[in-house]
Design a protein around this ligand. Structure first.
Ligand code: HEC
Ligand code: HEC
Length: 512
């Protein structure tokens, strides 16, 4: 790319930083820190310098291969590459990671059962363990031919209907409203004696796209429906959104990125005129009840790994925790029989099916799955691809690097230079990817930029290469070609590259 483009990139980063205070004020009028408070002025300057996008593509940057800082795993590449503990975790804490791992794999059973400690599944559920969806701690996949959609499900929700409901969303008290009968998501499994809610049906339509050099790529456009519905039709206002389980690596580090550094990239009104806005997801931290920056889930609907995990226990497995104490999970009032089913609460163990320590350990585990080291980061072909990644504008959203909080509660995550390749903001991705479902501040066209670290190991860990929120893309090229809306320019730049340059870009992605 021209030197001019690189300077423009840097200029726009500087402008974004200048506008940081401004953007945070816009983010719903809530008070989120717009300046880091964990660093001295001198350290702040060092951090600002080191996180500037590079302009030198002749060699790998310093520390680049260790993409999660000292937490990076350097274990040999195998299908277990996403299952290692953060490399810098203190020895005493490894035991907690192992216990958390066992709980992440634990298969819950329906109540009552003889193995009381595993009781409580359902009554409605999508899978019996966390690991059933996050297989090998990696991403899920769409149901290829087979009837089971284990690692993918349909979220059900409608937008606000009344001014009062609009206020509830604006105040981040709720992110949207569930279907009156089926609740927040369609559970395609249920305990014996209860009907499952229904099934997710997918039909794909192939659409040909011709690239600049004449090469034709076929994209499959999904159509989703909820079928075999056991409790009558969905409400007319209910929208459905298919979600695939994302990989579980580096989540604690993402939690430790200072709010101010994420907000610095937000530009909700596109004040710098680059066609890319980037909006912060403002949600409530479930435990403290305070306003927080959403970071997790495909629409950044959860502020913490703990909130996302408690939601998963409640909705995906049907297990109550102190944070989501209802033992009947996603059963609604309209599903009377569901509410009559026995629960797995064992008074001697606590008031919930999974008492506090279980949620603590699963959260700790989920926060400490290591990101593997880059492969071939300094190979000429990779560096060429990296340059193209920068030049085509991918880094406007897939922001290369951050330095985590110095005062992170988990010391292993503190003050690390990390390379997630995400701004963790919401972007309008166009009609093609739109699901029409509002989630908090995220509209039905907006998605959170997913981190790209580890993406090159998808095939090794998960045995497939399905990408995007619903796994519609069958490889990285298709994933890029689905980009629209704010990413339309970057997508078009990609599609006019020569085959050779596209190959180099993919080589770079595969090195992540
Ligand atoms: C039925 C499949 C399924 C099960 C079971 C499941 N998950 Fe997930 N998980 C998902 C999906 C789908 C998402 C994305 C959710 C969204 O965007 O709405 C997700 C997202 C997450 C995330 C956020 C990751 C990120 O990068 O944003 C965490 C953390 C997580 N799950 C933890 C858990 C834990 C802990 C359990 C077990 C209690 C669990 N999950 C069980 C499917 C599942
Ligand atoms: C305007 C912001 C934006 C730009 C620019 C952008 N992306 Fe993305 N990217 C996203 C979002 C948001 C998603 C998730 C979309 C979804 O799942 O529906 C995504 C998803 C992806 C994925 C799939 C990730 C996964 O985990 O499934 C890849 C790969 C990717 N982008 C690569 C690129 C490349 C390469 C470029 C430059 C040619 C680029 N992106 C430009 C926002 C952007």
């Amino acid at each position: 790319m021209s030197h001019a483009t690189a300077s423009r990139l840097i200029a726009s980063a500087a402008l974004c930083a200048m506008l940081a205070g401004f953007s945070a004020a816009i983010a719903g009028g809530f008070d989120l820190p717009t300046k880091r408070t964990d660093l001295s002025e001198a350290d702040l300057k060092r951090v600002t310098d080191v996180t500037q996008p590079t302009r030198d593509f002749s060699k790998a940057e310093q520390y680049e291969a260790m993409q999660a800082g000292a937490a990076t795993s350097i274990d040999p590449v195998t299908e277990d590459s996403f299952s290692h503990v953060s490399a810098n975790i203190p020895f005493e804490e490894e035991q907690n990671f192992k216990l958390g791992n066992a709980l992440f794999r634990k298969l819950w059973v329906s109540s009552p059962s003889s193995t009381q400690a595993s009781d409580g599944l359902g009554p409605l559920f999508n899978a019996r363990s966390c690991m059933s969806c996050h297989v090998n701690d990696g991403r899920g996949k769409p149901p290829e031919g087979g009837p089971s959609a284990t690692s993918m499900f349909l979220r059900l929700a409608r937008a606000a209907k009344t001014p009062e409901e609009e206020r509830a969303i604006a105040n981040a008290d709720v992110v949207n409203f569930p279907d009156p009968v089926y609740g927040h998501q369609l559970q395609d499994l249920a305990v014996p004696g209860l009907a499952a809610e229904g099934r997710m049906a997918i039909r794909y339509d192939e659409e040909k796209v011709t690239l600049g050099d004449g090469e034709v790529v076929s994209l499959r456009r999904p159509n989703y429906a909820a079928t075999n519905l056991a409790y009558g039709p969905l409400d007319a206002a209910t929208t459905i959104s298919a979600r695939m389980a994302p990989a579980m690596i580096g989540l604690g580090l993402i939690e430790a990125i200072p709010e101010a550094d994420i907000l610095a990239h937000a530009d909700p009104d596109d004040a710098d005129g680059d066609g890319i806005s980037g909006k912060a997801a403002i949600v409530r931290d479930h435990r403290s009840g305070k306003i927080a920056l959403g970071r997790f889930g495909w629409k950044a609907q959860n502020a913490t790994v703990r909130d996302q995990s408690a939601d998963a226990f409640a909705n995906d497995v049907g297990i109550s925790t102190p944070d989501r104490p209802d033992a009947h999970g996603d059963c609604t009032k309209a599903e009377e029989k569901c509410l009559d089913m026995p629960t797995g609460v064992q008074k001697r163990l606590g008031a919930e099916e999974a008492p506090g320590p279980i949620l603590d350990l699963v959260t700790f585990y989920s926060e400490n799955l290591a990101v593997p080291a880059r492969r071939k980061a300094s190979f000429p072909e990779t560096l060429r691809g990296k340059r193209i990644f920068y030049e085509t504008g991918c880094i406007s959203c897939h922001v290369p690097k951050f330095v985590t909080r110095r005062d992170a509660p988990d010391r292993a995550q503190a003050f690390q230079l990390i390379w997630p390749y995400s701004d963790f903001l919401l972007h309008d991705m166009g009609d093609g990817l739109a699901d029409g479902q509002q989630v908090g501040l995220a509209s039905g066209r907006e998605w959170r930029t997913p981190p790209l670290w580890g993406i090159g190991l998808t095939r090794t860990v998960s045995g497939h290469s399905f990408f995007l929120h619903d796994g519609r893309a069958r490889d990285l090229t298709e994933a890029i070609l689905w980009h629209g809306g704010e990413a339309e320019k970057a997508r078009n730049a990609f599609s006019t590259l020569s085959k050779d340059d596209r190959g180099a870009l993919i080589t770079f992605l595969e090195s992540l």
